[in-house]
Design a protein around this ligand. Structure first.
Ligand SMILES: [Zn+2]
Length: 459
């Protein structure tokens, strides 16, 4: 409280003798935005933030507590792509709309229907003398980060996209995420090239706290995407965000893209356990940024999703129940649990142990045992085929079959429903922290969000 008394005194003084007071002596109202942090939660439709509220709820109290998302909700956004791709967007067209303000075809990385490059908010920020950074939990050349940094006619051209990060004038000062296999290749070692271009390179999470913050920074921590948040004890979204901020802070300001990439991946697999863990990772990052904006009022944070994934439903099959209790107790990803089941006997005790000591029925055991046997039998049949025949079909995967069966059991326990393994066209929520948040209020289109961000990075 003490701290505020002088400020109040100055304020009344300013009001009292406005005519003689120099403007510089007036209390700072900080309407100017110097830094913009754009967060894309890939696949996070409205059901995910609702689910997270129940998941994060304190079970001791009767009320369902607000989450950090609830505190900053400002509106909704439509997500549809260019009409040539119908009404359901993929991450490439979604990210292009958010990054450039233009709708394009699914698969496009910040190019229009004629494959012409469209300038992105990150590139514009760089032009205006700001530092720029990208922090993701996918590989750094995945659709969303790529759509902010570069241009390509197809998101699938992973090597080309990675090459363009250095070939077409380096657009960023910080890049953190996964992707060794695209950066360290037989034909080219982009890590060496980035080092030669003056970048500090780190490849372990422990190094995140040991970087020289004067340097430009490239951090790659996995072959492809990072480990799922629930299995990752080292470098989560928050750790990477903190390091990136230290490298980006400067008088000219910065633009940073943060992507919670794997909400989408969990939802594609209809995996509610990982979906909630990824949401928790994002919530912790947003809570940190809430405090960051309080300390740095010239920073504006915008958070939205590119689309919703999985058709997540909180209560399935006509039963009025959604029970996240089991999810709160889970200590590993369902994918990792399934891997353990490859070498474990499928019995009640083992499954219960893998699922946070939850009660396992005989039917659950039978379903898992059947999934394992079927997949093993299919694999045997496959292995007996000629190489030519094998090329024509997908190799049966026992691990994946167990993963799917475990997801089903968790869905039954929590009464979670999914309508698709793909995306849906439902609107997504928009959140904002900072003194320009009113610009994002109400129902907007994803292209409107980009236009607002353009106006902010130009100031
Ligand atoms: Zn997706």
């Amino acid at each position: 409280m003490k701290k505020f008394i002088p400020a109040l005194a100055i304020a009344s003084l300013t009001l009292g003798c406005a005519a003689t007071q120099e403007p510089s002596q007036a209390p700072k109202t900080s309407t100017k935005v110097n830094n913009v942090i754009m967060i894309v939660a890939d696949g996070m439709g409205p059901a995910f933030t609702s689910a997270y509220r129940y998941y994060a709820d304190d079970p001791i109290t009767i009320n369902v507590e607000q989450t950090v998302f609830d505190r900053h909700l400002v509106g909704m956004s439509s997500t549809y792509p260019d009409h040539v791709s119908g009404r359901v967007t993929d991450s490439a067209a979604g990210a292009t709309a958010l990054a450039t303000g233009e709708k394009t075809y699914n698969g496009a990385i910040s190019v229009d229907g004629e494959k012409k490059h469209i300038e992105t908010v990150l590139q514009r920020a760089k032009k205006h003398g700001k530092k720029t950074g990208v922090v993701v939990t996918s590989q750094v050349n995945h659709a969303t980060p790529a759509a902010y940094i570069t241009h390509n006619e197809s998101r699938r051209n992973y090597n080309e996209i990675a090459d363009s990060y250095i070939d077409n004038d380096i657009q960023f000062d910080v890049l953190l995420g996964g992707g060794w296999q695209y950066f360290i290749r037989e034909d080219r070692n982009l890590v060496t090239e980035f080092k030669n271009a003056g970048f500090e390179y780190i490849d372990s999470f422990q190094q995140l706290t040991q970087t020289n913050t004067d340097n430009k920074l490239l951090g790659l921590f996995a072959d492809v995407g990072l480990p799922p948040a629930i299995d990752n004890s080292g470098g989560k979204l928050l750790d990477m965000t903190k390091t990136a901020l230290k490298h980006l802070e400067n008088p000219q300001g910065f633009f940073m893209l943060i992507e919670a990439s794997q909400v989408d991946w969990a939802a594609h697999s209809n995996d509610i356990n990982s979906a909630m863990a990824e949401m928790h990772d994002l919530a912790k990052t947003l809570t940190f940024l809430e405090q960051y904006v309080a300390k740095h009022p010239d920073t504006q944070v915008v958070l939205t999703a590119d689309h919703s994934t999985g058709g997540l439903t909180l209560a399935a099959k006509g039963e009025y129940r959604w029970s996240p209790e089991l999810l709160r107790k889970m200590k590993s990803s369902t994918y990792a649990a399934a891997e353990k089941l490859l070498t474990m006997e499928v019995n009640q005790a083992n499954i219960a142990e893998l699922l946070a000591n939850t009660e396992i029925s005989k039917d659950d055991v039978a379903a898992l045992a059947k999934a394992k046997q079927n997949a093993e039998r299919k694999l045997k049949t496959y292995e007996a085929l000629s190489t030519e025949q094998q090329k024509e079909q997908r190799k049966p995967n026992v691990h994946f079959a167990l993963y799917k069966a475990l997801n089903k059991i968790i869905d039954n326990k929590t009464n979670t429903g999914w309508t698709t393994s793909g995306h849906t066209a439902i609107d997504v929520p928009v959140f904002a922290i900072g003194n320009q948040s009113d610009l994002l209020r109400g129902l907007q289109d994803n292209t409107d969000i980009a236009n607002t961000v353009f106006s902010l990075v130009e100031k």
